[in-house]
Design a protein around this ligand. Structure first.
Ligand code: ADP
Ligand code: MG
Length: 709
């Protein structure tokens, strides 16, 4: 190219620049006059950005809008230049103002991001999983020469810190120090956005993308927020300085982050779906049908399945005039012997819930079940990162947590708040945040010693703190005891399920199958779900979105009678307290969920009955004092039954009596002897002594001798 040609090209380019800048100015005049006026008033302390809806730009000039998508960096410079040149009503300069685009149609699925998107403007939707704290980042570093005092300014772009080769004054290689007053800084934050759980088909691992944001949009979102981020897709080489890799990572330079509407649901429910749902909800056998749609391959567990169905539909979240809130979510716990199908049930719920997270108490991520502030390699250097755990990611859905008893101790304490207030507060290393955890928990746990001992209170047999246990609306215990007729049916069911699976696989995998389709279907029909999972998912989403039933007088009366009756069992002087008010709220939630199944506006007496049936079944399982057969709330709420508490008291008083008689403390065999005289079982007495020792209420001054503290 000749010199003249070069100059001509350059001038052409300049002309194009000016033309585009003019177009932006014209666009502002016709679409954003008021917004710019307001920005000028607020700038810079209360506002630094002009938010431009891509759709407006498209209406103004489709080509320009498309250009913005394909060459966002260049176009953004023009747009910002135009803003600086804009005739303002007040005397300010919008020197550092940003133009932030949003409203891009058709967001890109995070898992669909490809190399072709490089350099383009895209929008992604998802949930914020991690966010670093906001830290200043240097954009222009002023290096002051220690020899001559000259300032050498080096713009800092990209990840690595750039230092001057030589001083601009004396041309020597420093030494330099950075003059902070003369340098420029900007607030910076890094977010990790993960695909929303409802976009995933059961069991898929969610994908994520990191988004870097700067200046006025930092510090606005919290992990757990559902957002739509618009930005430019960038590549970053993997590997380190010495060994560069041919592989690249992608990330986004975020232009704008919008917090999505809380009611955001990705699921599409068509008119045809709606018709089918309404028809289903009117069927007289709908409750049985829904039970049959939950884990049909798992035999038995009718009540548990119904409870899980109600958990899917959920009770109504209540907002009171004093701004307090009562959760509608139903927390369910399955405790039981190994190999009884608990994990399978959880996985199934994860499959059909419209929004759910499946995890194990041990936790795959550093955030565990609740949330954590960690210092890892996500942020630059020493930055702290706040990461959302399973209960936050499952916000407005179900968290299915297997092996809940193995959860980490950090989670234990945060769990109480997470389950009752449905939020998690974290305050560590200068990070103070409250994350939302409005989800229902479906937990599974094994007894402490692997298997259940039916004669011990539940509270003693799981490694969960009693206050946490009491947060569950329903607790089911699952024991695996040989029972000939049940075992035969279970075996038949499992064999049948497997056979159906075999036939199905056989027919699809081999071309010359001897089995006809009719044969396969007749077998598979028996173990097929009564409602197809895709439809059930929509049914649940539809009911939760549209149905907010209220109690009828009859329903209220039924629940009240049940409650008062139970309580009256505890009216005597020495009788245990049978149930606490917590159970009452659980009944209300269950009854509401039952009404939602019918898409009913009212909670009828029949709904209350269904709730009572489930609650009664659970109470018999767990709230019963195994020694007396009486219902006892303390078994659940404190982990110790009344008869046990009485026993502990009498053992302690025995020890203190006997220790008076012996110099070296009360001999264990004497204590047990006296206990037996008081009609206490020797093994139980030993057990209580061990407990007292563990708790430090009794100690051994000498082997087999006891003293109270
Ligand atoms: P858990 O989590 O309770 O230890 P799993 O869910 O891992 O048990 O179940 C172990 C296996 O036993 C699974 O393959 C499951 O399908 C089977 N199983 C256990 N109970 C049943 C049941 N009631 N009906 C059908 N299969 C069952
Ligand atoms: Mg398991």
């Amino acid at each position: 190219m000749s010199k003249r040609e070069q100059i001509w090209m350059h001038q052409m380019a300049r002309a194009e620049d000016t033309e585009l800048i003019d177009s932006f100015e014209e666009f502002y005049r016709s679409y954003y006059r008021n917004e710019i006026g307001e920005l000028a008033q607020r700038y810079p302390s209360e506002g630094k950005s002009l938010y431009v809806d891509w759709q407006d730009l498209y209406r103004f000039d489709p080509d320009m809008a498309d250009d913005f998508r394909n060459k966002p960096q260049q176009l953004r410079e023009y747009a910002e230049e135009a803003l600086r040149l804009y005739d303002l009503p007040v005397d300010v300069s919008l020197g550092q103002a940003h133009v932030r685009l949003y409203g891009l149609p058709d967001p890109t699925d995070i898992r669909e991001i490809r190399a072709d998107h490089r350099g383009m403007l895209i929008a992604v939707q998802g949930i914020v999983r991690k966010a670093t704290d906001v830290r200043p980042k240097i954009t222009t570093a002023a290096f002051e020469c220690q020899r001559c005092g000259t300032l050498t300014r080096i713009p800092q772009e990209g990840g690595e810190f750039q230092e001057p080769h030589e001083c601009q004054g004396c041309e020597r290689q420093g030494p330099f120090h950075i003059n902070y007053d003369q340098s420029e800084f900007i607030d910076a934050q890094k977010l990790r956005i993960q695909e929303s759980p409802e976009g995933l088909r059961g069991g898929e691992t969610p994908q994520n993308i990191d988004v870097n944001i700067e200046d006025d949009i930092t510090g606005e979102v919290t992990p757990g927020d559902h957002v739509r981020a618009t930005g430019v897709l960038k590549l970053e080489q993997q590997g380190n300085d010495r060994e560069k890799s041919a592989m690249f990572d992608v990330y986004m330079e975020g232009l704008s982050i919008e917090i999505e509407d809380e009611e955001f649901e990705e699921m599409d429910i068509t008119e045809a779906d709606k018709k089918e749902i309404v028809e289903l909800s009117n069927e007289p056998e709908i409750y049985e049908k829904i039970e049959g749609a939950i884990a049909p391959s798992i035999y038995g567990y009718e009540v548990e399945k119904r409870a899980m169905a109600f958990q899917l539909f959920a009770g109504v979240t209540k907002h009171l005039p004093d701004e307090s809130r009562t959760r509608g979510d139903i927390h369910v716990l399955l405790i039981g012997d190994p190999g009884t199908g608990k994990s399978q049930l959880l996985q199934y719920i994860d499959n059909i819930a419209p929004r759910s997270v499946f995890t194990s108490g041990k936790g795959a991520s550093s955030a565990g079940l609740t949330a954590a502030a960690v210092r890892d390699d996500f942020g630059e250097g020493q930055q702290w990162t706040l990461e959302a755990g399973a209960l936050v990611l499952a916000d407005r859905g179900i968290a299915a947590v297997d092996e809940l008893d193995k959860m980490r101790s950090e989670d234990q304490s945060a769990m109480h708040q997470a389950l009752e207030q449905q939020s998690i507060s974290i305050s560590k290393a200068g990070i103070n945040a409250t994350l939302k955890s409005r989800c229902a928990l479906l937990g599974a746990a094994n007894p402490t010693y692997g298997r259940f001992d039916q004669y011990e209170p539940i509270g003693e047999q799981i490694d969960l703190e009693p206050p946490l246990i009491s947060r569950f609306d329903l607790i089911f215990t699952v024991t695996d005891q040989p029972d000939e007729s049940r075992d035969a049916e279970l075996a038949e069911h499992i064999l049948q399920t497997n056979y159906a699976g075999e036939l199905n696989t056989h027919r699809t995998e081999t071309t010359t199958s001897n089995y006809t389709r009719e044969e396969v279907e007749s077998v598979t029909d028996e173990v097929a779900p009564t409602i197809e999972p895709g439809l059930l998912r929509k049914y649940v989403a539809y009911a939760k979105r549209n149905c907010y039933p209220t109690m009828t007088e009859d329903a209220k009366a039924a629940i009240q009678d049940f409650y008062v009756n139970l309580r009256s069992q505890g009216a005597g002087d020495d009788a245990p307290v049978p149930v606490t008010a917590r159970k009452l709220e659980a009944l209300v939630r269950l009854a509401e969920a039952s009404a939602r199944v019918r898409l009913s506006d009212t909670v009828d007496e029949a709904d209350a009955r269904r709730a009572i049936d489930i609650a009664e079944y659970c109470l018999k399982d767990i709230g019963m004092d195994p020694e007396t057969g009486e219902l006892d709330a303390d078994v659940v709420e404190t982990g110790t039954s009344k008869s046990q508490r009485d026993r502990i008291k009498s053992i302690k008083s025995l020890i203190s009596q006997i220790e008076e008689e012996y110099d070296e403390g009360a001999p264990v065999d004497v204590v047990i002897e006296r206990a037996e005289e008081e009609a206490m079982d020797a093994s139980k007495a030993e057990h209580e002594i061990d407990k007292l020792k563990q708790k430090g209420e009794v100690y051994e001054p000498q082997t087999d001798h006891l003293r109270t503290t």
